[in-house]
Design a protein around this ligand. Structure first.
Ligand code: ADP
Length: 295
């Protein structure tokens, strides 16, 4: 299927040569960087995203540069899409060695739509008593159910294949701590960390390692979008803590002098966890947050 000659400038290492990985959410942000970096380190990559045009363009660019990749459009919470991503890995590349389950959302508005805060304010970033079903349902479905269904499809094949492997689930510092006005995001990311620990136990006997990474603000379209959406709302809600509990916004960094992590920094950690160098690490919920959760 792949007629593009491999460019020595594109493939920079053979760390993942002969291995095949699924990367969900590969159209933008960390998933896009992860798909590209894996291909540059010799892996076969199956990218998945529900933004079909951008997702296809990212994979086409990898192929044009000399990487090995295929694209599966669709929603990671759809079981048929989860089955399809595994089928494509197996039929195109002959197997599956693992995945980066990275697709996620922070609000209930389709990411391809421009932000109209006044129109959409009820759909995102409200405390429980103001939160909409749309916000709860979409974020839980994509972030929590999506990781469950993707892992289920991946693990069914990996168990049968019997060659071990490694899965990295992308959670968030919101999976380790509470933050104001993001109930569904916080709950869904805690679910990702819980699923990771559960599956790590069940699949260790098969030589399959399963870990999660928990980043604070990383410079991606999702975080830029959340900062834009949240602005005034977060400030208005500020200061409702109960004395000892300081109100804490996931995006509190927006008002402070700090540096967002780069997607490349996060992807370096994900690829380490996928690699054999991490052979004794499973069930870990790593804080990859520049120290955010140290206090
Ligand atoms: P991040 O900060 O996680 O990199 P982005 O929004 O920049 O956030 O990237 C997340 C990617 O995941 C986007 O390309 C988005 O389209 C994708 N994504 C989100 N939800 C789904 C879903 N349900 N199915 C497939 N892809 C999804």
């Amino acid at each position: 299927h792949d007629v593009t000659p491999v460019s020595p400038d594109y493939v920079i290492s053979d760390r993942f040569a002969g291995k095949t990985y699924i990367v969900t959410g590969s159209a933008r942000g960390m998933g896009k960087v992860a798909a590209d970096r894996l291909a540059r380190e010799g892996a076969n990559v199956v990218g998945v995203d529900w933004i079909a045009d951008e997702g296809a363009a990212v994979i086409a660019a990898i192929k044009a540069a000399g990487g090995k990749a295929e694209f599966v459009p669709g929603d990671v919470s759809d079981t048929a899409v989860c089955d399809r991503m595994v089928e494509v890995a197996v039929s195109t590349f002959g197997g599956l060695d693992g995945a980066i389950n990275n697709a996620g959302v922070m609000d209930a508005i389709p990411p391809s739509e421009p932000i109209d805060y006044d129109k959409q304010k009820d759909l995102a970033f409200n405390p429980v008593h103001l939160a909409s079903d749309a916000y709860w349902d979409v974020v839980m479905r994509v972030n929590a159910t999506g990781v469950f269904r993707c892992m289920r499809a991946q693990l069914r094949h990996m168990v049968e294949q019997g060659k071990g492997g490694s899965i990295v689930n992308v959670a968030s510092v919101a999976g380790l701590r509470g933050f104001s006005s993001t109930p569904s995001y916080v709950a869904s990311k805690h679910a990702v960390n819980g699923l990771t620990k559960n599956a790590a136990i069940d699949y260790a006997p098969y030589g399959i390692r399963i870990n999660s990474v928990n980043m604070a603000n990383t410079d991606t379209p999702m975080v830029q979008r959340a900062k834009q959406l949240v602005g005034a709302r977060m400030k208005a809600l500020g200061g409702v803590g109960m004395g000892t509990i300081k109100t804490r916004s996931l995006l509190q960094y927006a008002d402070t002098d700090h540096r967002d992590a780069t997607p490349e920094e996060q992807v370096a950690i994900m690829l380490f966890l996928l690699s054999d160098e991490a052979s004794n690490i499973t069930g870990a919920n790593w804080a990859t947050d520049g120290g955010f959760t140290t206090y």
